[in-house]
Design a protein around this ligand. Structure first.
Ligand code: BDR
Ligand code: CA
Length: 318
């Protein structure tokens, strides 16, 4: 038995992750919480409600969380995800409203009410999770597992040479979360940058004609623009958040995923926001590491986009 709480900054790939999960009737999403990042936290909540309504699940509660990071700043990635956070598709306003309960309080309440069954899937900056840990120091013993999209271990960063966006947006929070001693699966750029959705996939989605497939095909345009001009030189993009979602629910089995200790560079310098994983933990005779509770996914088999698109294409027609 497992209930997911998805913490996200919806966001194009966040929306893909949500729709992927919503397409599996066996996955139970207890709530979605939002954080600043790809867009501001309030827009992320409205975008999440739009996505839930599109998938016919307006009943799932959505709670707004941190509007800024540990230092009170925020940096939004509208150049990646569009001014509305969803590829400038300007979907109509949702009918439901976000819950009045703040995200971190909701996380703590659900974890207390359902000890041992909550799985936190965090695919944005880690501010809400860190806040929840401060509110409830027993949280690491109350939740079942934490899966995080974030970090860059052997791969370059995507916002600075060293740092990935979710971690760089709030390194202090990331450090609290990654060092809390709870069982974490970290899905960094090392894996997500190799799971690439292409124009062929987009064409398949567009040809399907269902609301979910049509919507996902259209939000990919903005994402492809960004990846074409800054990364691949072709119309294709990395499946960051959906890959983490698929790993969280056991649909994708990592090929290489050592369990190690992970720290975060919080200094003001070129390394700020870098994830420092003790990959020496892979050596056969390396002494056991203090705090080695983070399973870092270094490799997957690169077939996930097929699975994602199959799922999105089979979503119920309107
Ligand atoms: C991560 O940053 C966000 O832009 C994406 O949604 C993903 O969670 C990738 O670095
Ligand atoms: Ca995200």
């Amino acid at each position: 038995e497992e209930t997911l709480i998805v913490d996200c900054d919806t966001g194009i790939d966040d929306a893909l992750a949500l729709l992927y999960l919503l397409g599996d009737p066996d996955v139970e999403i207890g709530a979605v919480t939002t954080v600043f990042g790809n867009t501001d936290a309030d827009t992320a909540a409205l975008n999440t409600l739009r996505v839930l309504e599109l998938a016919g699940r307006p009943d799932i509660p959505v709670a707004v969380g941190a509007r800024s990071n540990w230092r009170g700043g925020s940096h939004l990635a509208s150049y990646v995800h569009g001014d509305d956070g969803l590829g400038n598709t300007n979907l109509p306003a949702p009918t439901a409203a976000p819950s009045s309960e703040p995200a971190a309080e909701l996380i703590v309440r659900l974890a207390r009410q359902n000890p041992g069954t909550v799985h936190l899937l965090a695919v944005g900056p880690l501010t809400n999770l860190a806040t929840a840990l401060l509110l409830e120091p027993e949280l690491p013993r109350l939740v079942k597992h934490v899966t995080i999209m974030g970090g860059a271990l052997r791969h370059p960063g995507n916002v600075t040479p060293a740092a990935e966006a979710n971690i760089h947006n709030d390194p202090e929070a990331a450090r609290i979360v990654l060092q809390a001693g709870w069982p974490v699966t970290l899905v960094p750029l090392d894996a997500t940058m190799t799971e690439v959705i292409t124009e062929d996939h987009q064409r398949r989605l567009a040809a399907t004609g269902s609301p979910v497939a049509t919507f996902t095909a259209s939000i990919l345009d903005q994402y492809f623009d960004f990846y074409e001009s800054t990364v691949f030189g072709e119309r294709k993009a990395a499946c960051h958040d959906p890959l983490a979602a698929a790993i969280a629910v056991g649909d994708v089995e990592p090929l290489l995923a050592p369990v190690v200790a992970v720290d975060v560079d919080t200094e003001d310098g070129p390394g700020r926001g870098a994830t420092v994983a003790d990959l020496r933990g892979q050596y056969r005779n390396f002494p056991p590491q203090e705090g080695a509770t983070v399973r870092v996914v270094l490799e997957t088999d690169r077939t996930f986009p097929e699975l994602l698109v199959d799922r999105l294409c089979s979503a119920a027609p309107a």
